[in-house]
Design a protein around this ligand. Structure first.
Ligand code: FAD
Length: 392
């Protein structure tokens, strides 16, 4: 099986231009905890926000493989920028895969591509935390209008987004897991800030907490139940695109450590620098993360047109494992890279600095807590036989 390659080889060149702008601002975005506006403007200028939308709606039909590659490219420059790009495309995937022939949703996708709209996400809720398959809040529909109020404790770039895709119970009597996802456009909702995003890392994502209050035409509710959206596209999109970002952070950490070792080798010709062996070890770990993400992309492409397979325990276990492995391993990689360059990595403002990388990487295990994911996998493994084939 071959993975679908980027539809145009110029995607990497376009992202390369964005990444150089993002890299120039990465340290100040982190230091000041500010939204990376320059990156967003560059993404829009390069028209990279609409690439996932089908060509007949004005996009370029890019698949997860192409987008994961771009996430990793941007992740090497500025992790917050890359996470914003990834989250936008995770939301896009819900539309691309599940809007069906719903006219409003198709028109909205046209707008996303044409106007390069930025999509935000509100799944996390006070009292529910990261359990995105449950909601407390419920959407109310009356006379063709839907209304929703949600204690959304974390919405990345909530104030900068052009639209927010938000989960809720399907109606006031629905069970917590009977959910829908609704698109609310800027102007159709208010955000009352409840929590400030002053965090260890991923500071540029500006993931403040808000009370969200929205009112919109009911046709903006996605036609499929959220259970299907979560299982059939969002699980894979989140874990693969996030992993693309995290791999990018680790790649840049290893690249910095490698340049430290090479500089040391140049200073003392004929002597192998002490960090060289550790660099070889860390390159090995990096390749494991990469292989893991590539395997996940293959698993998704193999299952993509088979709803039963996408909803199967085997597929969920595989996607959970990708997220667990990449989010844990990047911490080891950056820690090892820090030991290679020592104080030069620990100190801010050197070519080998890794403080920002390490702090950003620590968010990976919390973006849906790994403990929660392990709990979910352990339940499935009570009834599901592990797939032990090598090639699947
Ligand atoms: C950079 C970043 C950006 C984000 N952006 C968004 C966004 O745009 N929109 C959005 O909706 N959310 C967003 N989130 C939220 C995120 O995806 C998680 O939902 C949220 O971080 C979970 O919050 P919590 O740590 O309080 O987790 P909870 O899920 O409430 O868990 C709290 C703790 O309890 C433990 N725990 C909970 N349940 C279990 C269980 N079943 N088994 C074992 N242990 C358990 C875990 O150890 C965990 O540390 C973002 C998070 C980050 C870090």
């Amino acid at each position: 099986m071959t993975l679908p390659l980027p539809p145009a080889s110029d995607l990497a060149a376009r992202m390369g231009r964005v990444a150089s702008i993002a890299a120039a601002h990465a340290d100040s975005v982190d230091r000041d905890g500010r939204f990376p506006l320059h990156t967003l403007e560059a993404l829009k200028a390069e028209r990279l926000l609409g690439i996932q939308i089908a060509a007949d709606l004005g996009g370029e039909g890019a698949g997860f493989a192409a987008i994961a590659e771009l996430c990793s490219q941007l992740g090497q420059a500025c992790a917050s920028s890359a996470m914003i790009f990834a989250m936008h495309h995770i939301k896009c995937s819900s539309l691309v895969e599940h809007a069906g022939d719903n006219e409003w949703q198709r028109g909205f996708m046209r707008r996303v591509a044409a106007e390069q709209l930025l999509l935000g996400s509100a799944t996390t809720e006070g009292g529910i935390g990261g359990n995105l398959r449950n909601s407390i809040c419920a959407i109310e529909v009356a006379d063709g209008i839907c209304r929703l109020e949600k204690d959304a404790t974390v919405i990345s770039y909530g104030t900068e987004a052009d639209a927010i895709l938000i989960t809720s119970r399907a109606h006031k009597d629905a069970a917590p897991s009977d959910q829908v996802m609704t698109v609310f456009l800027k102007g159709q909702y208010s955000l009352e800030k409840t929590a400030d995003w002053d965090t260890l890392g991923m500071r540029g994502t500006r993931s403040d907490g808000f009370i969200f209050k929205g009112e919109a035409p009911a046709e903006q509710i996605l036609p499929k139940p959220f259970a299907e959206i979560a299982a059939q596209s969002m699980l894979a999109a989140s874990h693969i695109l996030w992993s693309g970002v995290w791999y990018g952070i680790a790649v840049d950490a290893v690249a910095r450590a490698q340049s430290f070792v090479r500089a040391a080798a140049r200073k003392s010709p004929g002597v192998v620098p002490p960090g060289a062996l550790r660099l070889a070890e860390v390159a090995n770990l990096l390749q494991m993360v990469r292989s893991n993400v590539v395997a996940a992309l293959k698993a998704y492409e193999d299952a993509r047109h088979d709803g039963d397979r996408l909803s199967s325990f085997g597929f969920s276990v595989a996607m959970n494992n990708v997220k667990l492995a990449s989010s844990e391993t990047i911490i080891d990689i950056i820690n090892q890279a820090m030991l290679i360059s020592g104080i030069q990595a620990y100190r801010n403002g050197t070519p080998y600095s890794l403080g920002r990388h390490l702090r950003d990487a620590h968010s990976a295990r919390l973006m849906i807590s790994n403990d929660r994911i392990l709990g979910n996998t352990s339940n499935m493994l009570l009834v599901h036989k592990l797939d032990t084939r090598l090639l699947g």
